[in-house]
Design a protein around this ligand. Structure first.
Ligand code: F3S
Length: 475
């Protein structure tokens, strides 16, 4: 049996070429090696929770590894079991889930997960957030699995849903191809038939899926996971998209990782330079996530909701940061730590340079990764009032927030500026490359990373103030 031992974590969503099984993650030292048909040893995964669906595609194309052996428990990689790829972790012990109402296939999966992850048992969850619902990211293999599930699965707990690959009411206006829309609509139908809430947002905590402090939940969408653990004080691991279906169908997850207090304690403080704008929060967490992918940092910053969203999204995109602390802002108990990491202005500047592949002359500005809150819409409306866009601006949010933006009059200001606002979808999970876009500008480090690696676009990462200076003029 051929073996491949990865020295660095892998991002399943955008780190493997599905057709060849080769590693394509730009910064991976074993880039170019193939995982197909091998016993694959990995430390753990990083990046998006949608990566869990990649295993179905690897199976479909015959490029799956024979077996995966994990060094650390990792919910996303464990999801490979659902696609028939065996996953092991040394030293697991057998646990039994005693609930006759849990369907057998999911009981077996949860028991295997608990054993692999060294769990203490199982815990009921009060809510689920389902990631991996865009046709652009889960493809036909994921769509077919959901079609199969819808025939026999009904959700037992509140289950909200992540963004789709298109705005459900204006996809034609967006330029989304018919063939894509048909795949996407089939996924929506499967989810709704199982009992999912059609929230279609990566900010479920802004639209009613709001767990309280200490509550156990099972959430996918890495940015929402970090927000729930850190800002709300709820407890969840970074669950893979397929695992969220299992939790929604059973009402359970395994008790390990961030469900246990011991794994929520801080590792070190991060002292940044003076923060100059929202994008600095993205750049800071991107840097920390990349250098310390599994850490629990304490950021010495002040913080609004948009800034917490930025820290949540970026640290989980470059690494797998599931929980952080901000003194005076986040509610988890904060033990003192001795170690301090200082981040300089020039290191932050380096992130802007690293994530940008062009400088000026964009096709499209995209804002709303994670989805824009009402507060962010208000800020943007104030900044663009009296100006006119000189290129296309697309803003992304949930349908629930969009309705308030429309009713509050903020939408009129944005329309006057020349911005389009979309709901149900986002820039990363919609097929922008098929919609004539080549160069895209964003203020989110997470979007910047994935627009390049997943959508194959040229990217410019800038703070909103600079974006408006470049791409708008006074009226
Ligand atoms: Fe949300 Fe899409 Fe960004 S799901 S966090 S807007 S990549």
């Amino acid at each position: 049996m051929k073996e491949l031992r990865l020295t660095h974590p892998i991002s399943w969503l955008d780190g493997i070429d599905l057709r060849t099984g080769k590693i394509i993650q730009p910064d991976h030292p074993q880039r170019g090696e193939s995982i197909a048909g091998k016993v694959l040893y990995i430390p753990h995964s990083i990046g998006s929770t949608v990566g869990a669906y990649v295993f179905f595609s690897l199976r479909k194309y015959g490029t799956a590894p024979l077996k995966i052996i994990l060094e650390e428990p990792d919910s996303i990689t464990i999801s490979a079991e659902l696609a028939g790829i065996p996953v092991e972790l040394k030293g697991g012990r057998k646990l039994k889930l005693e609930d006759p109402e849990v369907p057998d296939e999911f009981r077996r999966y949860l028991e295997k997960e608990a054993s692999i992850s060294g769990a203490e048992g199982f815990v009921r969850v009060s809510s689920v957030h389902i990631s991996g619902v865009s046709y652009a990211t889960i493809g036909d293999a994921g769509k077919e699995w959901l079609e199969e599930m819808k025939e026999r699965v009904r959700f037992r707990v509140l289950a909200t849903t992540n963004p789709l690959g298109m705005d459900l009411t204006k996809w034609r206006e967006m330029g989304v191809p018919e063939s894509f829309a048909s795949g996407q609509l089939s996924i929506v139908e499967s989810l709704l038939q199982m009992g999912a809430i059609p929230s279609f947002t990566c900010t479920p905590y802004l639209v009613g899926n709001l767990p309280h402090f200490g509550e156990h939940i099972s959430w996918g969408e890495s940015s929402a996971v970090a927000y729930a653990n850190s800002v709300l004080g709820a407890k969840t691991n970074r669950e893979g998209g397929t695992k969220t279906i299992v939790s929604a169908a059973t009402g359970y997850t395994s008790l390990y990782g961030r469900h246990l207090e011991i794994n929520r304690r801080p590792d070190f403080r991060v002292k940044p330079p003076e923060m100059e704008g929202l994008s600095d929060y993205y750049a800071l967490a991107f840097l920390v996530g990349r250098e310390y992918p599994n850490a629990v940092p304490v950021y010495l910053v002040s913080g609004s909701v948009p800034e917490m969203k930025a820290l949540s999204a970026a640290g989980a995109a470059s690494g797998s940061i599931e929980i952080f602390h901000v003194p005076g802002v986040t509610p988890n108990p904060l033990q003192s730590v001795d170690r301090e990491v200082e981040v300089t202005r020039s290191e932050l500047r380096g992130v802007y340079e690293e994530l940008s592949t062009f400088d000026g002359g964009t096709d499209l500005v995209v804002l709303g990764c994670p989805h824009l809150s009402l507060q962010e819409f208000r800020t943007i409306a104030q900044m663009v009032n009296g100006r006119r866009a000189t290129t296309r601006f697309w803003l992304y949010t949930s349908r629930a927030v969009l309705s308030m933006v429309e009713r509050s009059g903020l939408k009129t200001v944005l329309d006057r500026f020349g911005a389009e606002t979309w709901a149900d979808t986002c820039m990363v999970v919609s097929p922008l490359e098929d919609m004539g876009v080549r160069k895209v500008t964003t203020n989110s480090a997470k979007a910047a990373k994935y627009l390049r690696t997943l959508r194959g676009l040229e990217v410019e990462f800038l703070d909103l103030k600079e974006i408006l200076e470049r791409y708008s003029v006074p009226r």
